[in-house]
Design a protein around this ligand. Structure first.
Ligand code: NOJ
Length: 799
């Protein structure tokens, strides 16, 4: 049934039946211990010390690796080669016992979605003890924003504008994943998203090529550390190559049709950045690119990825994507699909049987050349080599006696980094009359359907995150005000009213229903909330989307506040009490009413395991918010897209100068409701005195732009100074501005600092009409600001 597969499997196999050679049952522990010892011994025998790869320590590590892999390929049968192209998930069609047999028969390269060492160990033992060539398996998983500990969703992480934060998230996630024997993650997801209707917007780092590329690099650094062959690092597989974020209409899995210019200028740079940072893998997108599915796209996979970019790692199809070539209408049947995919260079087939069933026949008939098959096998074996698995198949899994007794134990979580990181991702959008920070006194009303949800606060793709271990907003506030203030609560509304939508989302998250509805009529719920609000000094309302709404296969037609939550907010506002609105969502929402009416408005995204504590830290002023929007917030779905870095046009709308025949919508105000890069602080920051070190430079020279950032308020805090560059006259229309740098600066009250950016060819170059990177002479406008809209500007000439 599940071909979409979206929700990561949270099931953990608890039972493995083990028998000794005589068929006698062994205790689980005895069996695992015995097998582990045997496996180590066998591994050594197959790849004895002298023959085992010396990881990157020899004079020419690439040559050592090549020799090792070539030697192995020379010993492989066609069936064994095909086996090394199969990435399989345990499920109804492939129960654990069957998978063991498949592994022993040399028909599996790796598995994904199994993340318990005691389940994976027998699989690895079957590979290194029972399969003819004893090639180790690898274990992959969607470690996207955490593993056991859930960190904020990537869109929130990007809002930190702090690459150390992202690297730390990835590092801690990698360590946790390694402790579960995971070798590879299907991350980072770096699809640029300019259409918030797309549910997977939550999973990426937003709309800007520069910011997303920085996030891509930081993620790879964090996951892979110094090298993916270490026991505490995992291999990254950047996804979804390519352009998945540009699906038409924001409808998931839809087609992508895009000019080469836009591809190269906007959508491709983040994948390239991840690859340049060393990402060992690339996951291929489900969509087509200008009519040719990525999975059969030789231009994309060979010409661009391998030849132009020099990618030397492994490529992985997305779930069932090779079979889907028939539905795309480019392959008549599975046989043709397999042929197209191999020729395109799709090394690993994820979760379909197509390679297994078709490749041997295609080799026999000569339709696929052995060299083409070997090219794919070479990359898979190369990736295993790079993950250190030939040197030690149990590198990350360790010894059976060290297996955690309780895989979900609280001790395995990293709560401190989770809280520190989450605080950096929360964006303060409004703060009238210094409503925030709140005092820890009096009576506080906490209202809203998301206020006490441990599941939703994790966000989608939460890996092994456990709802019961997550600190909800309610729990976080309770802890913060314990013994000091009184908390009253009411649900106030459900997130959703429409039972059909609830049914859809519950079907989507097929492990178990996630959206549990309060059956009371909405008026009753609102009345209860208003009663509670009337007894309080301040009202905090936690509203937004259930996590499944910002997920794979969760595209929306509107970005309005779902259900009756707006009605609830309006009733709360009518009480006259100060209203703090906390948004929990994975995409920009149309929050015009909240902007105008909330006394304070916080975008919290989905903040993860320690979310409630992090949110409380901000609410009560124990931490000063400094995050900025990594994506523009449209006024309405009809204005999508509203990305800030739009190309210049002939009849632009000019704010304050209404005029017919300029590019605008006549029913609403123009432009984003909140622009890219926007976010407030409890303190007041000013940016003044923009100076350029030169008014003219020669080609190849650099200049400096500087401005003074002052913390003129009374809270210590950080702000993000953003550098934008515009190239107003060029050989092709260029964006009105583009982010080219940012610096997050912490200042004490009253403190000021000069912030400097160097500007040279790297900041001025662009991809021209011939798809060449060029720097053109002429005028450049340099802007420094604390968001993308309000900026200081100076110009200089090049050439
Ligand atoms: C499908 C998703 O598109 C992809 O992002 C994910 O990595 C795989 N399934 C595996 O779970």
């Amino acid at each position: 049934m599940d071909h979409s597969n979206g929700a990561p499997a949270s099931r953990e196999l608890e039972t493995v039946s083990c028998q000794d050679e005589t068929g006698n049952g062994l205790s689980r522990r005895q069996a695992l211990g015995a097998m582990a010892t045997a496996a180590f011994a066998a591994g050594m025998a197959v790849f004895p010390a002298a023959a085992r790869p010396k990881m990157a320590r020899t004079a020419d590590p690439a040559a050592t690796k090549k020799a090792f892999v070539d030697k192995l390929i020379a010993r492989m049968t066609v069936d064994e080669k095909v086996g090394q192209l199969r990435l399989i998930s345990i499920g109804p069609e492939m129960p654990h016992a069957k998978l063991m047999d498949e592994v022993a028969a040399g028909r599996i390269a790796g598995s994904f979605n199994t993340v318990v060492r005691r389940d994976n160990r027998p699989l690895q033992e079957a590979a290194v003890n029972r399969s003819r060539l004893k090639i180790p398996l690898f274990f992959a998983y969607d470690v996207v924003h955490g593993h056991r500990t859930t960190f904020p969703i990537p869109l929130g992480l990007a809002a930190s504008f702090d690459m150390a934060v992202i690297e730390r998230m990835a590092r801690v996630s990698a360590v946790e994943a390694c402790n579960d024997g995971v070798d590879m993650t299907f991350a980072p997801m770096v699809d640029i998203s300019r259409d918030p209707r797309w549910g997977r917007t939550s999973e990426g780092f937003g709309e800007d090529p520069y910011l997303v590329s920085e996030c891509a690099r930081a993620s790879v650094r964090g996951f892979q550390g110094t090298s993916p062959d270490q026991p505490d690092t995992i291999m990254a597989a950047v996804k979804h190559f390519a352009l998945y974020g540009a699906v038409e209409g924001g409808r998931d899995y839809n087609t992508v049709d895009m000019s080469p210019l836009r591809m190269h200028q906007v959508y491709l740079p983040p994948y390239k950045a991840a690859i340049d940072a060393g990402s060992g893998g690339v996951m291929v997108a489900l969509n087509s690119v200008n009519g040719v599915p990525a999975t059969s796209n030789t231009w994309l996979m060979q010409d661009l990825l391998r030849k132009q970019w020099g990618f030397k790692g492994v490529t992985v199809s997305d779930h069932g994507a090779i079979t889907e070539l028939t539905r795309h209408g480019v392959a008549r049947d599975n046989r043709e699909a397999a042929k197209l995919a191999i020729k395109a260079g799709i090394d690993l087939s994820m979760a379909d049987q197509v390679y297994l069933a078709e490749v041997p026949g295609l080799i026999a008939s000569g339709e696929i050349k052995m060299a083409e098959l070997d090219a794919c096998v070479r990359e898979v074996l190369g990736a295993k080599y790079d993950m250190g698995l030939f040197a030690n198949p149990f590198l990350r899994m360790g010894k059976a006696e060290d297996d955690p007794v309780d895989v979900r134990s609280n001790d395995r979580l990293h709560r401190e980094p989770a809280r520190e990181i989450a605080r950096e991702t929360i964006v303060l959008l409004e703060n009238r009359n210094q409503t925030l920070p709140l005092k820890k006194q009096g009576t506080i009303a906490l209202v809203g359907p998301l206020a006490d949800s441990g599941l939703d606060i994790l966000g989608s793709w939460s890996a092994q995150g456990v709802a019961e271990q997550a600190v909800t907003v309610k729990a976080g506030i309770e802890k913060a005000i314990e013994g000091k203030a009184k908390l009253l609560t009411a649900r106030g509304a459900n997130v959703l009213d429409d039972p059909k939508i609830v049914e859809y989302l519950n079907f989507l998250n097929w492990d178990k229903p996630e959206v549990i509805q309060d059956p009371r009529p909405i008026d009753v719920m609102i009345e209860e909330a208003v009663t509670v609000a009337n007894q309080a000094d301040v009202v905090i309302a936690v509203v937004g989307e259930v996590r499944g709404m910002s997920h794979e296969s969760s595209s929306r037609v509107t970005i309005e506040m779902p259900g009756s939550q707006r009605k609830l907010l309006q009733a709360l506002k009518a009480t006259g009490k100060p209203l703090v609105v906390l948004l929990m969502n994975g995409r920009p929402l149309a929050i015009g009413w909240e902007k105008d009416n909330a006394d304070a408005l916080l975008e919290t995204w989905y903040t993860g395991t320690e979310g409630g504590n992090a949110i409380a830290d901000i609410l009560f002023g124990d931490h000063n918010p400094s995050a900025k929007l990594p994506i523009s917030f449209p006024r309405s779905a009809g204005q999508i897209p509203t990305y800030y870095n739009a190309l210049r046009i002939g009849r632009p709308y000019t704010e304050g100068k209404p005029g017919n025949y300029t590019s605008q919508y006549f029913e609403e105000e123009q432009g984003a409701l909140y622009p890219f890069g926007f976010g407030l602080s409890f303190s007041t920051f000013t940016l003044t005195d923009l100076k350029l070190s030169a008014s003219r430079i020669k080609r190849g020279e650099k200049l400096t732009a500087e401005a003074t950032l002052t913390n003129a308020g009374s809270f210590e805090g950080a702000n993000v100074v953003q550098l934008y560059i515009a190239d107003p006259y060029a050989s092709i229309a260029r964006p009105v501005k583009e982010l080219k740098g940012f610096q997050k600066v912490s200042l004490k009250p009253g403190e000021a600092r000069v912030v400097r950016f160097e500007i040279g060819p790297d900041q001025l170059k662009f991809v021209n009409g011939d798809l060449k990177e060029v720097v053109e002479n002429g005028q450049f406008n340099v802007q420094l600001g604390l968001d993308s809209r309000n900026v200081l500007e100076q110009s200089f000439l090049l050439g």
